[in-house]
Every structure is written in C-alpha cells, then in structure tokens.
Design a protein around this ligand. Structure first.
Ligand SMILES: NC(=O)c1ccc[n+]([C@@H]2O[C@H](COP(=O)([O-])OP(=O)(O)OC[C@H]3O[C@@H](n4cnc5c(N)ncnc54)[C@H](OP(=O)(O)O)[C@@H]3O)[C@@H](O)[C@H]2O)c1
Length: 327
C-alpha cells in the first residue's frame, strides 16, 4: 500500500511517501480500501510532538490519520454486519492511526456503513466523525436542551463546523459562530446553519446582550476567558481543543462560581474506545444531521503525496473547512 509516513516528530517536512505491506485485519477488525482521509489539526499537533509523552498516541515512524472513508476490503474474524465492498467511514478513536494510506485497518465498531446514505465519501470523511463527536459532546457532556443558545468558536474550522448542524437537530434555538478575520465573518453565506458569525476579538461587543447556554471552544487562549462574559447563568463552556496553540493560557476558576458557570472538557479519541457502545448511535445522529444538509462542510481534496502541504495549510489556520487526502 502507499502511505504518508511521519518519520520523526517535527515540521511538515518529516513526511515521506512509502510503499508498505498491506495491513491485514485481526479479530474484530476491518480492512478498508481508503478513498479519502481527512486531515485534522490534531494530526499536526501529534506530528509536532506536542503529545509525545501521552500514552496511547503513535510514536514515529507512524502513519497518521483517524478519519477515513472508503470501501470494506476484508473482514477480521467475528465481524458481522458489514460486507466486503460496502462503503464505510470511520469514527475518531485513539490508537486508530494509519489513515493516510491506501489501506487501513480499524476496530469494526468504529466503521460506519454509508450504504444507502447518499453521502459523498469526501464529505463523509470530513463530517461524519466530527458530527458524531459534536453529538456525543453536546448530549453527554454539555447536556444541551431544546431552546438553548449555542456559541461556536473557530466557526468554520473542521471540528467546529460540525456543531451548528448537530445543535440544530438537538433543538438549539440559536447558534452564533466566531472567526478571527472580518472577511470570514462575512461568510454568513457559509452553508452552515449559523444565525450569525462575529469576529472573535470583538466577541463581547459583537454579541451585545445575547447570552449563551453552551459555548463550544476548540480554540482556547484569550478567547476562552472572553467567553465567560457572554454566558447565561448555568452556562456550560465545552473545551474541545486548542487551535490557538496557546498552551499557557489559564482560566481563573473563581470567575466560574461567581457567574454560575461550568467548564467541561471532551476528547472523543479517549472517550469512544472506553464507550464503544456509543459509536453507532452517535454515527446515526451524525448521518441524520448530514442527510438534512446541516453539516455541509467545505472540503478540498489533495493527493496523498501532498500530506506535508496539507499540514502546512492546516497549521497556518487558513483552511476554513477540511482538507481530505486521496491515496
Ligand atoms: N475534543 C475532540 O474530541 C477533538 C476532535 C477533533 C479535533 N479536536 C481539536 O480541535 C481543535 C481544532 O481542530 P480542527 O481539526 O477543527 O482544526 P481547524 O480545522 O484548523 O480549525 C481550527 C479553527 O480554529 C481557529 N483558530 C483560531 N486561532 C487559531 C490559530 N492561532 N491557529 C489556527 N487556527 C486558529 C481557525 O478559525 P478562524 O481563523 O476562522 O478563527 C480555524 O478554522 C484542535 O485543537 C484539535 O486537536 C478535538
């Protein structure tokens, strides 16, 4: 198989395209002929070595990539409910690296059938795993209730893009996004179901007297603290990432009790392997939101050989949607 290999921790230049033996599925696993592998900022953080001491994450040399679409190539012993040739997409789970390749093997519980869904495989790789993440986080962690209002930072980013549609399906009464650049704020024309998109730097003035019950924060840094000022009483701030790269920022916990707020964290990669029974319902919710046209994430497809370029672009924070690699 062809694979884009991270040969050591470092910049995007550490990628090498290699021919490797085709992986074979073990018991409970499925091999997939990959048509599209989504690129996430977390792939760049792992490649940089940001999480090098965190157990469960891959060490070089390794093939990155958690989220792929393709067709079932072979079934491991004991796998039921999937057939060879069936179109599938995978959910994100820690340890499930190996996606930037023409063939990958995953735990069958994280392979979701796309049969009859009508979802294009590039959009499936880009949207299904993140929409499943959004469903798990909004229901099981932030406990979003119908009629509540949601704020989403980095609104057009890969993970963030999945939240407005899933929040709508769950009955959110309003969803506002933030972006860094005013030119992107003009992207209200975005196909995503935001009521408004405002410039993050001006958050407090831009939202006026609107208050939010749930804020989704994959960005971090100063914006995380600014968010405290725009939350409704008993508001929940859901921390799901740190795209700002500001690893030193801290939030004053005394600000939380004074304003009746909760800070919550969620990481799908570490959650799903411990709760595999939640994969199928989360995938169904994701496909429902996508099927209703609510997670129409802009995707751009690059050849696998351009994995390094894909990482340069995602690190620059300029993607505004998702890059998917085609092996
Ligand atoms: N918790 C989970 O289960 C989970 C799952 C997937 C990803 N993540 C995490 O979520 C975060 C976002 O990942 P992603 O794949 O969605 O990334 P992405 O597609 O690059 O989106 C990140 C967004 O953050 C905004 N941003 C603000 N400041 C930034 C900065 N200094 N540099 C880059 N972007 C900045 C950008 O939007 P504007 O330029 O418009 O502001 C960008 O669109 C990462 O920390 C990742 O590890 C977590």
């Amino acid at each position: 198989m062809h694979a884009a290999v991270v040969t050591r921790f470092g910049g995007p230049g550490v990628f090498e395209l290699k021919e490797l033996p085709d992986p074979v599925p073990g018991p409970g696993e499925v091999a997939i002929d990959v048509s599209h592998a989504a690129v996430g900022l977390v792939d760049a953080f792992i490649r940089q070595g940001q999480y090098k001491s965190r157990p469960g994450l891959p060490q070089p040399p390794y093939v990155p990539g958690l989220e792929v679409a393709g067709t079932v190539r072979a079934l491991g012993e004991g796998v039921e409910g999937l057939r060879v040739g069936e179109p599938v997409v995978t959910l994100s789970a820690t340890g499930a690296d190996g996606g930037y390749a023409s063939v990958t093997v995953v735990d069958a519980v994280f392979a979701v059938s796309l049969e009859g869904s009508g979802v294009d495989p590039a959009l499936a790789a880009a949207a299904v795993p993140n929409a499943a993440t959004a469903h798990l986080a909004l229901t099981g962690v932030a406990h979003l209730e119908p009629g509540e209002r949601v704020l989403v930072h980095g609104a057009l980013g890969g993970l963030a893009s999945a939240f407005p549609g899933v929040a709508r399906v769950l009955g959110a009464s309003g969803v506002v996004g933030t972006v860094r650049r005013p030119s992107l704020a003009a992207a209200r024309a975005s196909a995503l179901p935001y009521d408004d998109i405002v410039v993050a730097e001006d958050l407090v003035e831009a939202v006026g007297d609107q208050r939010f019950d749930v804020a989704v924060d994959p960005v971090g840094g100063r914006l995380r603290t600014d968010t405290l000022a725009v939350m409704a009483p008993l508001g929940r701030i859901l921390l799901v990432g740190n795209a700002s790269g500001d690893w030193e920022h801290t939030v004053q916990t005394n600000a939380l009790w004074g304003a009746n707020l909760a800070l919550l964290g969620f990481s799908v990669g570490f959650y799903l392997p411990a709760h595999p029974e939640q994969a199928a319902p989360a995938a169904r919710a994701a496909l429902e939101a996508i099927g209703r046209g609510l997670v129409d994430i802009r995707t751009e497809t690059l050849p696998l050989a351009e994995a390094a370029e894909a990482h340069r672009r995602i690190e620059s924070g300029q993607v505004g949607g998702r890059i998917v690699l085609a092996p």
